[in-house]
Write a protein that binds this ligand. Structure first.
Ligand code: GDP
Ligand code: MN
Length: 382
C-alpha cells in the first residue's frame, strides 16, 4: 500500500524524523483555516500518489489566507498525471539551503536492504543515476545485523553532504531505517531531505510503500486506507483477491501466474492488439477463481474479447476446463472468449472445452493462435 505524503510524514514523525508542522484539508475553507493555525508562509501541497507534483503546479507557496485560498481552489480537483487531487496538505514553509535525496528499499539480488543517499536531491533520482552514477552513495545493510551508526556515518560521508550536518543526517537516516524495518515498509524515500538555512535536517517530502504482507501485525494501518480513487476495475479485483492491473486496450486477459499473464499481454501486442488488463489468477484456476476473474473482465466496458491463457501444472487440464465451463455457467459473459489451454493433461482439458465450443467460445492450441483469434474478435466487435 502506498501512502500519501502527509501520511508518510505522520509516520516519520512517530519515529522522530523532523517534518514541518502541517494539516490536511479537503476544502478551500479548511485550507485557509489550517494555514492560520500552521503559520504563514505555508506550502499548499496536492496529495496524490504520483511524483512531480511540483512541476505539475500542485505545490504552491502562500504568504497569507487569500493566497492560500487561491492556491487551494486551483489545486483541488486538479488532474496530476491521471490522479485527481481530493486532499491538500498545508504545511509551514521551510527556507531551504540544500536539497538531498535519501531512501531505503530492498535489493532483492543482494538479499540485503539498500540505502541510497545523494547530495543532488529534489529532482528524480533516476535522472541523477543516469547522469552521474557516483552522485549516489549506497549502503547495503544485512537485515540481521541492521544499520550500525558507524556504517551509517560512512554512508553519509560518501554522499558528500554539507559536513556541518553529518551528525544530524546520521540521526535522521538511522530513524528512517527504523521506519523502514520496524514499520514494515517496502520503500521509504525522502526527496528532498533538506538542510534549512538555519542548519536543520528535515524531511520535506515523504514517499512510503507499506508491505501488504505485514498487514496482520499493523491494525493501525487502517487509518491509511481510502481516499485515492482506485480504478473501479482494480478495486473490484482487489476485493476478490485477484492480481489485476487495468490497461487501456480491449482484449481482456486472464492467465495463471504473473509471468504468463505478462507474456499474454506481450503476445496480444505482438499480434497487433491491446490488452485491457493484466490479470493473474494464481496457480489454482478453480471454478470460483475463474468465475471471479471473468466477472471483473466482464464488467469492464472496454473489453471486446477475452483471452484465457492457462498452463496446467499441479492443477490438471481437465480441472481447469471444468472450472472454465462452470464459471461460464455462473457469469453471463458479454464478449467472445478464446482459450489456450496447455500443460498437464491439456488434451483432456481441450476435449472438455470442445463440447462447449461455439462462435462465442473457441479453443486454440498455441498462444499465438489464441492471441490472433482474440485480437481479431476484439477488432470485429468495435
Ligand atoms: P514532488 O514534486 O511531488 O516531489 O513534491 P515535493 O514535496 O518534493 O516538492 C517539490 C519541490 O517544491 C521541492 O523540491 C522544493 O523545491 C519545493 N518545496 C516544497 N516545499 C517547500 C518549502 O517549504 N519551501 C520551499 N522553499 N520550497 C518548497
Ligand atoms: Mn519530492
Amino acid at each position: 500500500m502506498d501512502l500519501f505524503e502527509y501520511q508518510g510524514k505522520q509516520l516519520f514523525a512517530r519515529y522522530g524524523i523532523p517534518v514541518s508542522a502541517g494539516e490536511p484539508a479537503d476544502r478551500v475553507d479548511d485550507a485557509a483555516a489550517a494555514a492560520e493555525r500552521v503559520g504563514f508562509p505555508v506550502v499548499v501541497k496536492a496529495q496524490v500518489q504520483v511524483g512531480g507534483r511540483g512541476k505539475a503546479g500542485g505545490i504552491k507557496l502562500a504568504n497569507d489566507a487569500a493566497e492560500t485560498r487561491q492556491h487551494a481552489e486551483n489545486i483541488l480537483g486538479m488532474d496530476i498525471r491521471g490522479h485527481v487531487v481530493q486532499r491538500l496538505w498545508i504545511e509551514h514553509a521551510s527556507d531551504i539551503a540544500h536539497e538531498y535525496y535519501a531512501s531505503f528499499t530492498l535489493d532483492r539480488s543482494a538479499k540485503q536492504h539498500l540505502g541510497m543517499l545523494s547530495a543532488q536531491g529534489g529532482i528524480e533520482i533516476e535522472k541523477v543515476a543516469e547522469t552521474d552514477h557516483d552522485a549516489i552513495s549506497r549502503v547495503h545493510v544485512d537485515p540481521v545485523d541492521g544499520l550500525t551508526r558507524d556504517a551509517c556515518r560512512a554512508w553519509v560521508e560518501g554522499a558528500r553532504l554539507d559536513p556541518a550536518v553529518t551528525d544530524d543526517a546520521v540521526d535522521v537516516l538511522l530513524k528512517l531505517y527504523d521506519v523502514y524495518t520496524k514499520g514494515d515498509c517496502d520503500l521509504v524515500e525522502i526527496n528532498p531531505l533538506i538542510v534549512t538555512t538555519d542548519g536543520r535536517v528535515h524531511a520535506l517530502d515523504a514517499k512510503v510503500t507499506l508491505d501488504d504482507n505485514a498487514r496482520f501485525r499493523h491494525p493501525e494501518w487502517d487509518e491509511f486506507e481510502g481516499l485515492e480513487k482506485l480504478d473501479p476495475r482494480e478495486r473490484e479485483a482487489a476485493e476478490k483477491g485477484l492480481q489485476y492491473v487495468g490497461l487501456d486496450g480491449n482484449v481482456g486477459v486472464i492467465a495463471n501466474g504473473a509471468g504468463l499473464a505478462m507474456a499474454t499481454c506481450d503476445i496480444v501486442h505482438e499480434v497487433g492488439g491491446r490488452p485491457a488488463n493484466f490479470l493473474d489468477i494464481g496457480g489454482g484456476a478453480s471454478a470460483q477463481v475463474m468465475a471471479n476473474a471473468l466477472e471483473v473482465i466482464n464488467n469492464d466496458p472496454s473489453v471486446k474479447s477475452i483471452f484465457i491463457n492457462i498452463f496446467g501444472g499441479i492443477t490438471k487440464g481437465e480441472e481447469v476446463a471444468n472450472g472454465i465451463v462452470q464459471a461460464l455457467g455462473q457469469v453471463n459473459i458479454a464478449s467472445p472468449i478464446v482459450i489456450r489451454l496447455d500443460g498437464t493433461n491439456a488434451e483432456q482439458g481441450r476435449a472438455i472445452l470442445k463440447s462447449h465450443e461455439s462462435d462465442r467460445l473457441v479453443s486454440k492450441p498455441t498462444m499465438v493462435d489464441a492471441a490472433r483469434a482474440a485480437v481479431e474478435r476484439a477488432g470485429s466487435a468495435t
